[in-house]
Ligand binder design. Sequence first.
Ligand code: COA
Length: 372
Amino acid sequence: MFTPAITATGVYVPPHTITNDELVVAFNAYADRVNAENAEAIAAGTLEAIPHSSSEFILKASGIESRYVMDKEGVLDPARMYPRLHQRSDDEPGIMAEMGVAACRTALEKAGRRGDEVDLVICAASNMERAYPAIAVEIQKLIGAKGFAFDMNVACSSATFGIQAAADMIRAGSVRRALVVNPEITSGHLEWRDRDCHFIFGDVATATLIERREDAAHGFEIRSTRCATEFSNNIRNNNGFLRRNRPDGMADRRDMQFMQEGRKVFKEVLPMVSAHILHHLGDDGVEAGALKRLWLHQANKTMNDFIGRKVLGRDPEGNEQPNILQEFANTSSAGSIIAFDRFSDDLAPGDLGLICSFGAGYSVGSVIVERF
Ligand code: COA
């Protein structure tokens, strides 16, 4: 048996930002246009007018101030309201592979490793741009990795589930060095015309390099991992191949994009996640008070503050439970890894921390790490 360790992470940040104000201007222009087109039905009471969105609401409800996207113009065009991401030809790298490779290269460079020293690539993300071949196999080829690669999808929990899969294989000796890659083009599956959620997501890609501890001079030993799932329809996207069999077609159906019952998610996921973390810590013999850092999934600030308080038994201080969602919004599976990437260098050997992601499924995954 070998001991797995996270030895480096990489973050690819897309080229464009959208502030709340820019987003709200576009949304309100869209709403005004649709309301004007339907003025008669609205006046007759057969159709409800689309209300305006507001930056104040977005900041207060979520803590989000801006988000990165792969394409800004398409999203902010009131006549379009979704990104212009052209379908690549079969001879070009896919867009997810391209973002993922950029994050992988950063992680490899930080660890002083080459692509051909990697023998497992897992692409773990909440949406894949195609069915097959796996995005991970394309990334494997582009970075020159050996061994094998596969895709997996556990929505927002994909990163921690991927880390558990890779860590278990390293532990068992079936692979020596793994990259878990999370390219999240959330802008492609967000309904930007839905006021209740148009502000939630942003694009990004992260990569986590996992090696045998004995192969690295420093990093974060993976002490233990824990994954759990419980079926719920409260976060759902019905976009799949069966859509072609539907008599109503597929073009503009609301359920072909991200949908959620935000309030229910809030109420149901918070206790599930807090209890999951506390049980995981207990089973690993770690006192919550011994944790130097909590790198949580980044969906909502109030949610993270609540989990931090519940786990630590007091308000988290300073960078104990850092948030990056104000800059990135919810980046699905990548959020906790961005927080880890940005807020882990200052930990000292022996310091303990916990990475946790949660979301659709429902799903929750946690990873207890120790700095060395
Ligand atoms: N601008 C202005 N007002 C808005 C608005 C917007 N963009 N969106 C909603 N509102 C209004 C609602 O219509 C509602 O009005 P009402 O009280 O008159 O009915 C009010 O603001 C409150 O809306 P609500 O949806 O209840 O807000 P909330 O405080 O629950 O916050 C979320 C919404 C989505 C931010 C929050 O529920 C959340 O973060 N949930 C969990 C999300 C999550 O983790 N999802 C996982 C995704 S992977």
